[in-house]
Design a protein around this ligand. Structure first.
Ligand SMILES: Nc1nc2c(ncn2[C@@H]2O[C@H](COP(=O)(O)OP(=O)(O)O)[C@@H](O)[C@H]2O)c(=O)[nH]1
Ligand SMILES: [Mg+2]
Length: 187
């Protein structure tokens, strides 16, 4: 029997949600992009207003359905819908953001019901472009909030990096699923 898992990707505009799901998905990603509103036009011309959707196929035939949540706070009504029955969350935090810790806080707070029920793994994106000791500061903030701090650098363009985020999440929730998704370790 094929088991379907649902994982939600959250994070600010430009953190790498669409890129990450594209890097990981075994199907063509369905993305709803629209002209960016004024607030984000300075950052990029289009942005995800509804969601991204892709599928990662595990070795044992199980599937992980990947949902990218819209980044902007004004779409937060979508967040509840998207997190229904989700197995957990991958939160992408841009290392070059003006205040990465504030971004982390915003999404942890918004998705706290899901996080408390399941788990969260934080991927620090754009780490190659700067951001000093961001990972350590994010870990400290999560510890302060009593959330197990699973934080790692991850380039959203790298399938291996993004796969590692999802695998870590599956491992922390369900070791059997994690094992099915485990990276092949060469002897
Ligand atoms: N240099 C670098 N660029 C990245 C990284 N992660 C994502 N990007 C780029 O950041 C841009 C925004 O990513 P996107 O997926 O559109 O962000 P979204 O708004 O969260 O969906 C894209 O051009 C990505 O290629 C990273 O770790 N390093
Ligand atoms: Mg996007």
């Amino acid at each position: 029997m094929t088991t379907h898992y649902k994982v939600v990707f959250a994070g600010s505009v430009g953190s790498g949600k669409t890129t990450a799901i594209q890097a990981l998905s075994d199907i063509d990603v369905v993305s709803t992009e629209a002209k960016a509103s004024d607030e984000v036009r300075k950052i990029k011309r289009t942005t995800t207003v509804a969601m991204d959707y892709g599928i990662m196929k595990l070795d044992n035939g199980d599937q992980v359905r990947l949902y990218g949540a819209p980044g902007q706070k004004r779409f937060d009504f979508m967040w509840d819908i998207l997190t229904e029955n989700a197995l957990g969350m991958v939160l992408l935090v841009n290392a070059t953001a003006a205040d990465s810790v504030a971004e982390l806080r915003l999404y942890l707070e918004a998705f706290r019901p899901l996080i408390d029920k399941t788990a969260v793994v934080v991927g620090v994106t754009h780490a190659d472009q700067g951001g000093v000791a961001v990972r350590q500061r994010l870990i400290e903030e999560m510890q302060r909030q009593g959330i197990p701090p699973c934080v790692m650098d991850a380039d959203a363009r790298s399938r291996a990096d993004v796969a590692m985020l999802v695998k870590s999440l599956l491992f922390s929730i369900d070791p059997f699923a994690g094992a099915a998704a485990a990276p092949t370790v060469s002897a």
